[in-house]
Structure formats: structure tokens, C-alpha cells
Design a protein around this ligand. Structure first.
Ligand SMILES: *[C@@H]1O[C@H](CO)[C@@H](O)[C@H](O)[C@H]1NC(C)=O
Ligand SMILES: [Cu+2]
Length: 127
């Protein structure tokens, strides 16, 4: 009888452990980040990722006025030089949700001098 109770306790602990691991994974897979917080994807948004933690599978919502801005995913060179280089993707809805996998992702705005002079560029490091 004591033996049976011991096994039950071990099974219960293992179950609890599995649930915790499962919960942890779910909690991290579906985080949605509003880029730039309340201000959105706009001038001087480049520092927004600083000190934040992003995990592969997180969603990033870019909100902006599509009459004024756009959103172009570029490579590192495109980010540095504010040009459309790399396997680019152009977004123009003003409410773009983008799922990012592990790696560093680069976004710029190609309106006028927004990337060069107004800080409308962003490198997002995803774990
Ligand atoms: C932005 O997009 C999300 C998801 O695609 C949607 O739920 C939300 O209502 C949209 N917001 C606006 C202001 O269009
Ligand atoms: Cu812009």
C-alpha cells in the first residue's frame, strides 16, 4: 500500500512537471509585440528593441499611417544603407503582423529620409 502511494506521488509530480513545461512553451510561442508601443512604427523607433527579449515564433505588429510610412524587410546591408537589399518584403497595410523566427531581422521605412535621418529602422534580435 505504501509502495502504491509512493508511485502515485511520483506520477503526480511527473505530470505536474510536464504541464509546467507545456505551459512555459505555450507562453513563449505566442507573444505578440506592438512595435514602438503606443507610438507604433514611426520616427526614432530604432531603439525600441533595446532590453527586450524576443523568442522565435513571436508576432510583431507594425502600426503606422500607410499614407506616410511603409515597412520593408531587408538584409543587414539594407538596414545599414537604407536601401532595398536582400530578400525584401514590402508591407503597406499600416497594420502588419509579422511572425519572426530565430535570427536577426531588419526593417526600414523607405519614405523620404525616414530611414537615413529619422530613425525609422530597426534590427530585431530573436532568440
Ligand atoms: C490589426 O490587425 C489585427 C490582426 O490582424 C486585427 O485584429 C486588428 O483589428 C487590426 N487593427 C486595425 C486597427 O485594423
Ligand atoms: Cu516612415
Amino acid at each position: 500500500m505504501g509502495q502504491g502511494r509512493g508511485n502515485s506521488a511520483i506520477i503526480a509530480i511527473m505530470l505536474l512537471f510536464c504541464m509546467l513545461v507545456f505551459h512555459f512553451q505555450i507562453a513563449h510561442a505566442y507573444t505578440t509585440h506592438i512595435v514602438g508601443d503606443a507610438a507604433g512604427w514611426t520616427f526614432n523607433v530604432n531603439n525600441w528593441p533595446n532590453g527586450k527579449r524576443f523568442v522565435g515564433g513571436d508576432n510583431f505588429v507594425f502600426k503606422y499611417d500607410p499614407k506616410v510610412h511603409n515597412l520593408v524587410k531587408v538584409d543587414e546591408e539594407g538596414y545599414k544603407t537604407c536601401t532595398r537589399t536582400g530578400n525584401i518584403a514590402v508591407f503597406t497595410s499600416g497594420n502588419d503582423t509579422i511572425l519572426l523566427v530565430s535570427g536577426t531581422h531588419y526593417f526600414i521605412c523607405l519614405t523620404s529620409d525616414h530611414c537615413q535621418q529619422r530613425g525609422m529602422k530597426m534590427a530585431i534580435n530573436v532568440l
